[in-house]
Design a protein around this ligand. Structure first.
Ligand SMILES: [Zn+2]
Length: 456
């Protein structure tokens, strides 16, 4: 699926437009966003049966974002056929299209991808050719942003990890970027670790990009001496990066890793700049609202309960105020790089898993992965973890350095015991075991940090 030359020129032209947006003042950014949002709402209302009904009382020329109803993945999938603005797109057809991976564009026009997420619910997302050019231009924007690190993009050796699944966005983007201007090594999540280390040693990447836990694993291999590379730029994506992972990466290569944060619903959403004052949200492509449990905005500098995202460039499948259970902290204000896009200054977790327990009085009590995440975050030195809840109790598998392990075991046992005692929930056993690495989801190659093994 190599991108044709005309497509590439379109990307360059769009890239120039994106660059202009980066120089806007704050009021300029907000005016541009208002214009794009109102065009999107107008289009969705008149071309999508679903939004036509949902926005019956919304005047596209005069409305507030906060007044628009919130949707989520369940709504998006349930109303798929009436929500998309091209009536020829049918969920059933796209599902069978995705069942035969590796085929070219759907209807010669649409990039189709699926995303599971740790909640296990699969969503289907569609971008037409023009919208996809925006995704690719957004990806090039990132390579431009890291140039401050002395990287000359055309000749640079880039090693990056993508999903082995052709329907996964990282795989599609990887394919489209593979136009011969960069010297690229594609690694697939799920490849054999030893063979990846061998290939990295042979390739000697200057830029290393991968899932957080995988880059962390390589950092340990570098410290241990099996991996011997000297990347000048390291970037992590797709998974939560803990402070301990960040420290491990800095120890290995002496560089502070970049962070790419995005989602299938809104690709090319953000990246940090060379100043590292947080991850800039590309507000010309999307809107991120940090909100509390009732979808009310939280003040800057405060941890959100979830976020609402609006994709400003996908008119095929409008995604407007779409709920994602990521806890983030956002900040406004100036960044020395000059961009006035808002910044994400902390990412605390993604997509809550809900565990159901019975308390001592027999009442059902829900504990979410976000509650457990707080307990895990309070214990420094944890690089990676997996929490399995089953009939036998709560089982924590932890990746951590040898000298930190006893302290972590004591701290976690104490924190988990206190938390469940406080909720009056009896737990048969809380076990902490230390492992070298945590098994991934065999399909997506991603981490499964929280697993509900109770069968409920
Ligand atoms: Zn900046």
């Amino acid at each position: 699926m190599r991108m044709a030359v005309d497509g590439f020129l379109g990307i360059l032209a769009y890239g120039r437009e994106l660059r202009k947006n980066e120089r806007l003042t704050r009021s300029g950014v907000e005016a541009m966003q208002r214009g794009k949002l109102s065009a999107l709402v107008r289009y969705a209302k008149s071309h999508s049966e679903f939004y036509g009904k949902l926005y019956r009382d919304v005047d596209p020329g005069n409305f507030r974002l906060a007044d628009l109803p919130v949707i989520d993945k369940d709504v998006l999938m349930e109303h798929f056929d009436t929500l998309v603005t091209d009536k020829s797109l049918k969920r059933k057809d796209l599902e069978s299209f995705l069942a035969h991976p590796g085929r070219p564009l759907y209807g010669n026009r649409y990039y189709v991808m699926s995303s599971g997420g740790s909640s296990g619910k699969t969503g289907i997302f569609v971008y037409d050719r023009k919208e996809w050019r925006t995704v690719i231009a957004g990806t090039y924007r990132w390579t431009r942003m890291i140039r401050g690190s002395g990287i000359k993009v055309p000749r640079t050796r880039v090693a990056s990890v993508t999903s082995p699944k052709p329907e996964h966005p990282s795989h599609l983007i990887g394919k489209c970027l593979d136009i011969g201007v960069t010297n690229k090594l594609n690694l697939y999540a799920g490849d054999d670790c030893e063979s990846m280390i061998y290939r990295l040693n042979a390739f000697q990447p200057e830029v290393l990009i991968g899932y957080s836990s995988m880059v962390d694993y390589w950092a340990s291999a570098q410290i241990g001496g099996r991996l011997r590379i000297r990347p000048r730029v390291v970037a992590t994506n797709s998974e939560l990066r803990t402070p301990a992972m960040e420290a491990n990466i800095e120890t290995a290569w002496g560089v502070k890793p970049f962070c790419q944060y995005s989602m299938t619903e809104l690709l090319s959403l953000s990246s940090d700049c060379a100043e590292r004052r947080g991850i800039h949200v590309f507000e010309d492509l999307g809107i991120v609202e940090a909100v509390d449990g009732e979808n009310r905005p939280v003040p800057d500098g405060t941890k959100s309960s979830r976020i609402l995202v609006t994709n400003l460039y996908n008119f095929t499948q409008p995604i407007i105020r779409y709920r994602i259970d990521d806890m983030l902290t956002m900040e406004g204000g100036n960044c020395p790089c000059g961009m006035e896009f808002r910044r994400i200054t902390a990412i605390h977790g993604r997509e809550a898993v809900r565990f159901r327990f019975r308390d001592r009085k027999g009442r059902e009590t829900v504990v979410t992965s976000l509650d457990l995440l707080m307990l895990l975050e309070s214990e420094p030195g944890i690089r990676e973890y997996q929490v399995l809840v089953d009939g036998g109790g709560i089982h924590l598998a932890i990746v951590a350095d040898g000298q930190a392990q006893e302290g972590i075991r004591t701290g976690l046992t104490r924190a988990f015991t206190a938390h469940f005692d406080g909720l009056d929930i009896p737990v048969a056993e809380i076990s902490v075991s230390f492992v070298d690495r945590i098994e991934r989801n065999p399909k997506s190659g991603k981490r499964m940090p929280f697993i509900d093994g109770t069968g409920s």
